[in-house]
Design a protein around this ligand. Structure first.
Ligand code: NAD
Length: 469
């Protein structure tokens, strides 16, 4: 099939590359000419595992890039729209890019086409898109509109797209549903996964993927409600972690106990400094606004957001308690991205925490395996923050080391070497990357999430008794 994808960001680019991977011809369109030029040169532009492989495999063959929406959409039977839907000042999603893309599509389309909304949008958006296409359709073309929300996670976006838990097809017509079923057939019948060159199947994947066909309104709601539920899970476990800290329980033990109940499950029960990124914060605000508009006061979402914000303040409080005063303290920071595996720093809790610490007069040396270039632009060039090339460089002369993003490589650091760089062996771990035992053994004062400082002291005593014996 010939497919166009408008918007070449984290979602659009991955979707286009994966659609080429499963056998379609895809053209990726963006109004950012610099980005399109880089993609035409074969540069991945975002940090995503397997994306460079797919660009190399299909770029210039089944996968093309252009800034011309007219050229891109003319020859395509399916047009995905994956432009950003950022929050407006009132909390509603700003769908103006989506609207302007639809106006352009209506002007340039040829023949009958299926417009598929991949962007995360408030309930009712598909109805508006139908109206906009109709109003601007000077050539009398037939459009069908469907919602196909995306559930990929940054960092594992390619495997999430190719081996999804489900594919939601929000179609109000049978032709739309048939066309999307045909498009995704290699994922729905398992034939893609069985191929010799397929991207490796992740351990937890359920094959083949399942299609869930719904109305477009239900599909829009499935996406917003899913993100709200996941954010709620994070805030819930963070609230429990705070109780553990006060009550001498260990959150990691508590998570194991709660998560082993199959009705609950252990995924997304990871305590830390809260969620961030370009999706959860804005999608919660948007879902809250939509609910209110529809006459339901969804106050639980306010609490989810409040706990999330509070988690960052609590973390800064832990750093203060560990160091007494903050002004002039040198801090090593590991992690800038909003989560491990990505270079995305949008709404990153790490950035928010660093801003607070800079405001308190700290000097910061920060390291991130992939997000440094993007993070640099988030700070005033005169701010007291240096970006360094390794965790060990960051630790040089530090009064304390803070872990703000859960990159796997941090867990594998040489703790003795790290300690040797630091002025004081203090680690405040906002992501529970290390274990209290290994930190005590390496001689660190270790402050983590969801464990009381009294418990950590106990670990230190055990280690020093073992060493003496
Ligand atoms: P992004 O900001 O990375 O990408 C959006 C792209 O659209 C940008 O490259 C931008 O230049 C382009 N664009 C904007 N207006 C345009 C126009 N008029 N014409 C052509 N291109 C235009 O955003 P993203 O993270 O890919 O998210 C896109 C949508 O998907 C959002 O609605 C988001 O909520 C949703 N979503 C994101 C994720 C994620 O993990 N990032 C996951 C699921 C769903």
């Amino acid at each position: 099939m010939q497919v166009a994808v408008v918007g070449s960001g984290y979602v659009g680019l991955v979707a286009a590359a994966c659609l080429a991977e499963i056998g379609h011809s895809a053209v990726c369109i963006d109004n950012d000419s610099e980005k399109i030029r880089a993609l035409q040169r074969g540069e991945a532009v975002i940090h995503e595992e397997y994306l460079p492989v797919l660009l190399e495999r299909h770029g210039g063959r089944r996968l093309h890039f252009t800034t011309s929406l007219a050229d891109g959409v003319r020859s395509s039977s399916i047009i995905f729209v994956a432009v950003g839907t950022p929050p407006s000042e009132t909390g509603d999603a700003d769908v103006s890019s989506l609207e302007s893309v639809c106006v352009e599509i209506a002007r340039h389309a040829e023949g009958s086409q299926l417009i598929v909304v991949k962007s995360t949008v408030p309930a009712g958006t598909n109805q508006w898109i139908r109206r906009v296409l109709h109003r601007n359709n000077g050539n009398g073309h037939r459009f069908d509109v469907a919602s196909n929300p995306e559930f990929l996670r940054e960092g594992t976006a390619v495997t999430d797209f190719l081996y999804p838990d489900r594919i939601v097809l929000g179609c109000d017509t049978e032709t739309g549903a048939a066309l999307l079923n045909e498009l995704y057939r290699p994922l729905l019948d398992g034939s893609y996964a069985a191929g010799d060159e397929a991207v490796p199947v992740p351990d937890c994947a359920v094959l083949p993927a399942r299609a869930i066909v719904t109305s477009s309104a239900s599909a829009e709601l499935i996406k917003q409600a899913s993100n709200a539920y996941l954010a709620m899970k994070i805030s819930f476990i963070n609230a429990v972690a705070n109780i553990c800290e006060a009550g001498d329980a260990d959150i990691e033990e508590v998570v194991e106990g709660i998560g082993s109940d199959r009705r609950i499950g252990s995924r997304f029960l990871k305590p830390g400094i809260g969620y961030g990124g370009s999706c959860f914060p804005k999608d919660l605000l948007s879902f809250r606004a939509v609910s209110r508009e529809l006459g339901y006061d969804f106050r639980m979402l306010d609490e989810v957001m409040r706990i999330n914000e509070d988690q960052r303040r609590r973390f800064v409080g832990k750093v203060r308690r560990a160091l007494w005063t903050l002004k002039g303290k040198r801090l090593a920071v590991l992690g800038l991205a909003f989560k491990g595996g990505t270079d995305d720093v949008r709404e990153s809790p790490a950035i928010a925490v660093i801003r607070s610490l800079l405001h308190e007069g700290c000097e910061i040396a920060a390291y991130d395996p992939a997000a440094t270039a993007r993070a640099r632009t988030a700070f005033d060039p005169k701010a007291a923050i240096r970006f360094v090339e390794s965790a060990y460089d960051a630790a040089q002369g530090a009064d304390a080391l803070l872990v703000l993003t859960e990159w796997e490589e941090f867990a594998a650091l040489d703790l003795q070497r790290l300690r040797a760089q630091m002025r004081h062996a203090i680690v405040v771990d906002g992501r529970n990357v290390f274990s209290p035992e290994s930190m005590a053994k390496a001689g660190f004062q270790y402050i983590s999430t969801g464990r009381s400082e009294k418990m950590q002291d106990a670990h230190n005593v055990i280690q020093s008794t073992d060493a003496a014996a």
